[in-house]
Design a binder for this molecule. Structure first.
Ligand SMILES: [Ca+2]
Ligand SMILES: [Ca+2]
Ligand SMILES: [Ca+2]
Length: 287
């Protein structure tokens, strides 16, 4: 072994060691297991959410939030996709309801997320990774205290009031429990002792408005009336699709008829506003 060879080998070993220590220095990542219910799809009788969108074959393989102007990804989030079609074939309690967006915010700066990841929501409320079962993983974040928020494309999102200690060992953040302190005033509804997110933000302005300026029912009405296949402009038309005005998440936007989406909006407005249908609900997450 000549000197140069030895030197070269030592250098290689040093480089490997350096790379290894960088690896050790790198963050161990964060895993989190949120649990939440969406009021539009929640059925108190079973304690599960309906998975009509999945049953109609309408769930997109790639997360929708990157394409929505009212949602913004942070950190290494965005573009999450389901690689295995079998994930959307699971039935029962763990069947997939829809995509959600999970946000982590630092304890010192609540105003904007450190990182976001799109994830999948199961019928029993578990929020999981794109494999349909694992906790949501933020590989590039260090352990620490974070506020956890979950947003949905047509429900009003929620955020923990406290920054919670998170690490590489998954922590359950149960937004369905009244025991979890939430940020803001009147952040969500409660049905049968379970917390559920407010439904009905069809126009994605982070507010629910049934009646009055910028109301969400208008978005529902226009979507149904202007659907290309609805040649007679009928209010009874059932518009099938992955749609923002599908408040009850059965795979159809409907204005009249059985289980119509307008009725879901009306009921929420009437209950919250004590009959005042122009009552406004605003998402309780800092902007
Ligand atoms: Ca589950
Ligand atoms: Ca709205
Ligand atoms: Ca519907």
């Amino acid at each position: 072994m000549n000197f140069h060879f030895f030197q070269k080998k030592s250098l290689q070993a040093l480089l490997v060691l350096a790379a290894f220590s960088i690896q050790l220095d790198a963050h161990d990542g964060i895993k989190v297991s949120p649990r939440l219910f969406l009021s539009g799809s929640y059925m108190a009788s079973t304690g599960l959410m309906r998975d009509g969108i999945r049953q109609q074959g309408l769930l997109p393989m790639k997360e929708p939030y990157s394409t929505l102007s009212s949602f913004k990804h942070f950190g290494d989030g965005g573009g999450e996709a389901v690689a295995n079609p079998a994930v959307f074939q699971a039935t029962g309690n763990d069947a997939i309801v829809d995509w959600v967006m999970v946000e982590l915010r630092s304890a010192s700066n609540m105003s904007s997320p450190v990182s976001t990841h799109s994830a999948l929501l199961q019928r029993d409320g578990d929020v999981v990774s794109t494999d349909g079962v694992s906790p949501v993983s933020f590989k590039n974040l260090a352990s620490g205290n974070y506020h956890v928020a979950v947003r949905h494309r047509n429900h009003l999102g929620v955020m923990t009031a406290q920054a919670l200690p998170l690490s590489g060992t998954a922590v359950l953040v149960d937004f369905t429990s009244e025991g979890t302190a939430l940020y803001g005033a009147n952040p969500c509804a409660t049905i049968g002792g379970k917390r559920v997110l407010w439904l009905g933000d069809a126009n994605q302005d982070k507010r629910f408005i049934h009646q009055g300026p910028n109301n969400d029912v208008f978005s529902l009405y226009s979507a149904v009336l202007s659907a290309p296949a609805n040649t007679s402009n009928s209010g009874n038309y059932m518009l099938k699709g992955y749609l923002m005005p599908d408040f009850n998440m059965d795979g159809f936007a409907t204005f009249y008829g059985p289980n119509n989406d307008k009725a879901f909006s009306f009921q929420q407005a009437a209950l919250q506003g004590n009959g005042m249908l122009n009552y406004i609900l605003t998402e309780q997450i800092p902007n």
